[in-house]
Design a protein around this ligand. Structure first.
Ligand code: ADP
Ligand code: MG
Length: 703
């Protein structure tokens, strides 16, 4: 492969005819298109059928983009200043609609002529008694021949792009020019044996068909090929990193299951481990015998007992002369873990340290030297643990609770805590992640699944109530309080509407305080000082306060077994996994627990679906799947934090599960036979990997 040829594709986008510096900047900023190749890989998000014309009479509210043919009449400019707009009537003999422009009024006026025939393309919206199309694409009818080529791609564009002449149609035009210019340099990226085995379209053909499909069948082939390729290189990268890490990094060997582990396990465990917990502990035990660093993600539903698994893993480290730490995403959680672990380990005489952002200088000066000389063997904390000044004597096991909030980089900083051998890393997921998503995001980790809840749990009953009928809810709360139970009431706190949300919470506080005058009602939210939060939480944990109003600061991990009711206000504003996570705060003791979702009477379709799913199932894995279906991939919690380098442009884990599984299988097979991709057939893969994942952690660069 000639270097000159491939290099054309890395040409900066401003050199493309029709782009220039201004538009290049917008392309970079708005859609992350820096090079020719980036533009070629800016795929349409859908296609419209422009082979057909609609009659105005046929227009319905639910139509996507449609194409009309007719005559333009009666321009008029209405409104003043910023509200000024240009309207025109467009008729085709079956009816009329209005075309509207808010911008470029003068330009459109000059360009269009009353009485002339045009082709109009756009999305109709119902406005008053008739339809209108805002900012339609409009061409004189004579151009019809050129336009009606069947499937027309639609590209995502931003408002700013449209204003700068970078609308969907113009993007397509640019891509057309570019494709013709670089077609000779589009070389295959997959080995020919893969194309042959799976019947994939060749790369240049796939790129052409995705932008200019000749038909539905070709488009499907192109999409499959490009999705596979995208997913496959991610898998190859992740699996490669995993293999490379195993080969390169030594891990501390824990040869013995010793005194602490055994004593705790045999004498202080208040219950028997579930079969799933036992299996995961065994997996961890195996990992720590290999001499390689463990990197394991433990997935389990809320309440499945991940903390206990973490504790046993830490004891394993202690028994083998190592220290252990547990890193939690919030101070509240860190304190909570500190509290429970201290209690559990007291009979063993093991002290547990706490290091959080709000630890005082004095607390630090007492703690840090003892961590450094090894006198202290377990420390619980937040991000504060990965700060520079924190030095361990011999860190052997680092547990990260609720992975969702930590990025890859933070994980890596934990590794640096030991000079020669790396600590084993155990990651606890907050909620289950669908299998395909886990493969995509955490494909470089070993994954354990706790697919079983401790016995004797009564499934939480979930109910939906409207906020205009709260009397029965209060009545129910009264009966629960009378039985000695505690209640959470959660309010949304969403970026962008903080002050309104805070007001909601405060109003709720008034409401609950006056509805339950005999109770001590407590309120916590993210804007409070850490120690205030902690002391309010402590009031609730101790049972002195029995009603806790909170924003999502209690979202993860808090454990108050006596709490049996979770009320979620404005439940429609939470995502599914968040709702499930919140619900998991109750049902932790032996009593029947309840989750009550409160919404207004007007709820959108997606929200209604989420509530329905919550009412119907308690299974976190099922909920995670549904969440992914509803929200797609990009918006899922944790997707962004989990690894910047994995951005998918065309594949979608919510829909492409089979291709993900296939791509992983193929990557595994290839790496099994040729781990360093040295075979000539696989050379092409190595080149591509280096290009796609050029970081210094690129495993294929090290060998
Ligand atoms: P999560 O997986 O959500 O972090 P936790 O570790 O907080 O769950 O465990 C939830 C509760 O279940 C805790 O009160 C814990 O003591 C209890 N628990 C854990 N394992 C078992 C078990 N095998 N049998 C009974 N209760 C258990
Ligand atoms: Mg937990």
């Amino acid at each position: 492969m000639s270097h000159l040829l491939t290099d054309i594709l890395s040409t900066k986008i401003n050199y493309l005819t029709g782009v220039g510096p201004k538009r290049a900047e917008i392309l970079r900023e708005d859609i992350e298109v820096y090079t020719y190749l980036d533009l070629l890989h800016y795929f349409p998000f859908r296609y419209v059928d422009r082979s057909r014309f609609y009659a105005i009479r046929e227009i319905r509210t639910d139509m996507p983009y449609i194409q009309l043919r007719g005559v333009l009449r009666h321009f008029s400019e209405v409104g003043e200043g910023r509200r000024k707009r240009l309207t025109a009537t467009f008729s085709d003999g079956t009816g009329s609609i209005e075309l509207v422009w808010f911008k470029g009024i003068k330009y459109m006026r000059d360009k269009l002529q009353e009485g002339r025939r045009y082709i109009v393309f756009g999305k109709p919206t119902l406005f008053g008694s008739g339809y209108n199309i805002a900012h339609p694409e409009i061409d004189v009818e004579e151009k019809a021949e050129q336009i009606t080529g069947g499937l027309t791609p639609i590209y995502h564009t931003t408002e700013r792009m449209k204003n700068m002449g970078l609308g969907s149609k113009q993007l397509q035009q640019l891509i057309y020019v570019l494709l013709n210019q670089v077609s000779a340099s589009l070389t295959e990226t997959l080995p020919s044996y893969l194309l042959a085995t799976y019947g994939f379209l060749a790369y240049p053909e796939a790129v052409r068909q995705i932008h200019f499909p000749q038909g539905v069948a070709q488009l499907e082939l192109a999409r499959t090929r490009l999705k596979f390729e995208e997913l496959f290189f991610v898998q190859l990268h992740l699996l490669g990193s995993k293999l490379e890490r195993k080969a390169r990094f030594r891990g501390i060997v824990f040869p013995s299951v010793g005194h602490l582990f055994n004593t705790f396990y045999k004498e202080h465990l208040p219950f028997e481990l579930t079969t799933a917990q036992k299996r995961v502990v065994r997996e961890i035990r195996q990992d720590t015998l290999t001499g390689h660093q463990m990197n394991r993600l433990v997935q389990g539903d809320v309440g499945s007992g991940k903390t206990l698994v973490a504790l046993l893993a830490m004891l394993l480290a202690l028994d083998n002369g190592c220290q252990a730490c547990l890193m939690a995403p919030t101070e509240i959680l860190a304190r909570q873990h500190h509290h429970t672990l201290s209690e559990q380990l007291r009979p063993l005489g093991v002290e547990v340290g706490l290091l959080i952002g709000s630890s005082t200088a004095r607390q630090r000066s007492l703690l840090l030297p003892r961590l450094a000389d090894g006198a202290l063997s377990i420390v619980i904390g937040t991000h504060a643990l990965i700060e520079q000044g924190v030095v361990f004597h011999r860190l052997g096991m680092a547990v990260i609770d609720e992975q969702h909030r930590f990025g890859v980089q933070q994980r890596a900083r934990l590794w640096e805590k030991n000079a020669e051998t790396l600590p084993h890393i155990l990651i606890m997921s907050a909620t289950p992640i669908p299998r395909t998503l886990a493969m995509t995001l955490y494909g470089d980790l070993d994954i354990s699944i706790i697919d079983e809840l401790p016995p004797g749990r009564k499934p939480i009953q979930t109910l939906h109530h409207y906020d205009n009928n709260m009397a029965p809810v209060y009545r129910f709360l009264r009966s629960q309080l009378a039985a000695g139970r505690q209640v959470y009431v959660v309010y949304p706190m969403i970026e962008g509407s903080e002050s309104a949300d805070l007001k909601n919470l405060e109003d709720g506080f008034e409401l609950f305080s006056s509805a339950f005058p005999e109770e001590c009602v407590t309120m916590v939210h993210g804007k409070m000082k850490a120690h205030d939060k902690a002391s309010r939480m402590a009031e609730f944990v101790s049972g002195r306060s029995r009603i806790l109003l909170a924003t999502t600061v209690i979202e993860v991990g808090v454990n108050v077994p006596n709490a049996t009711v979770m009320i979620i206000e404005n439940a429609d504003r939470f995502g599914l996994s968040q709702l499930h996570q919140l619900r998991g705060r109750v049902g932790r003791g032996g009593e029947q627990s309840y989750c009550i979702l409160i919404t207004g009477t007007k709820v959108g379709d997606d929200s209604r679906r989420r509530i329905q799913v919550m009412v119907e199932t308690n299974d976190g894995f099922e909920i995670a799947e549904e969440d992914m279906r509803l929200r797609g991939f990009g918006d899922l919690e944790g997707t962004r934090q989990s690894g910047k380098q994995i951005s998918l442009r065309i594949a979608n884990p919510a829909r492409d599960g089979e291709l993900i599984a296939l791509s992983r299988r193929v990557a595994e097979q290839i790496l099994e036979r040729d781990p360093d991709l040295l075979h000539p057939d696989n050379h092409i893969l190595k080149l591509r990997l280096n290009k796609l994942f050029p970081k210094e952690d690129n495993w294929s660069a090290i060998s």
